[in-house]
Design a protein. Structure first.
Length: 247
């Protein structure tokens, strides 16, 4: 683990860049850092950052799950597949959110967030170390709004590079996740599945029944989407595909 990066990220108001399976992300631990993230990306503050989870135990403590969603996450955890799901927060877990600005910038209008697992060794090590200290880590892609970084540290752009307190560079790690694919072919994001209804309430368990609604909705296609769609079909009798649906 990069101790310099860990020390930088642990400081209040920090903002760092780290490699993941799908390129580089900006990571922060509080509202000041998240505010810096939006400024660095020159992006409106209306798209929530994701919550990075370094273990299933962390996920369990933070998010509301049911047995089917729990099994779905475990399937991907054990296979090492990057996955993010939109879920409600546990009421008690919200006390871990450090300030009101963080709450505003990591939750949507329904009070839900995207909880991400298996996002890649460099960033996972940092998140795990901070979780051990009782801190949460939030993130979004490290690139100017609407422009991918192509899995290269020099693709994050000068503005982000100058804004970051530390950069964990690992271009070779990123390219190793999708071998045989060049920069134009690689997925630069992970799959995101909504597990809530329009009001932000957790979807019901299906118990093997058909045509249960509301159901899981795949709202963002990304790395390993073929396997994740297969896993959706194995776990749920009903699910939907709506790439690009609002989150």
């Amino acid at each position: 683990m990069d101790k310099v990066a860990l020390d930088a990220l642990a400081r209040p108001g920090s903002l760092i860049v780290s490699a993941t399976k799908v390129g580089y992300i900006l990571m922060a631990i509080d509202g000041i850092g998240l505010g810096r993230k939006f400024d660095a990306k020159q992006r409106n503050r209306n798209k929530p950052a994701v919550v990075l989870c370094a273990s299933l135990e962390e996920l369990e403590e933070l998010a509301v799950l049911n047995n089917e969603i729990r099994a779905f996450y475990r399937m991907h955890w054990e296979s090492g597949l990057l996955l993010g799901c939109i879920l409600p927060w546990r009421t008690q877990a919200q006390t871990r959110i450090p300030d009101s600005t963080t709450r505003e910038l990591v939750m949507d209008g329904r009070g839900t967030s995207c909880f991400v697992v298996r996002f890649g060794r460099p960033a996972e090590q940092l998140v795990a170390a901070l979780w051990d200290k009782g801190r949460l880590v939030f993130a979004s892609s490290a690139n100017p709004s609407g422009i991918g970084n192509e899995g290269r540290v020099d693709g994050i752009g000068e503005r982000i590079a100058q804004a970051a307190d530390c950069i964990v560079e690992a271009d070779e790690y990123v390219s190793s996740i999708q071998p045989g694919k060049d920069q134009s072919q690689r997925h630069e994001q992970g799959v995101m599945v909504s597990m809530v209804d329009d009001e932000g309430k957790l979807i019901p368990e299906q118990h093997g029944q058909r045509s249960v609604t509301p159901c899981p909705v795949l709202i963002r296609r990304g790395l390993d989407y073929e396997q994740i769609m297969e896993n959706l079909a194995v776990t749920f009798q009903s699910w939907d595909y709506r790439h690009g649906q609002y989150y």
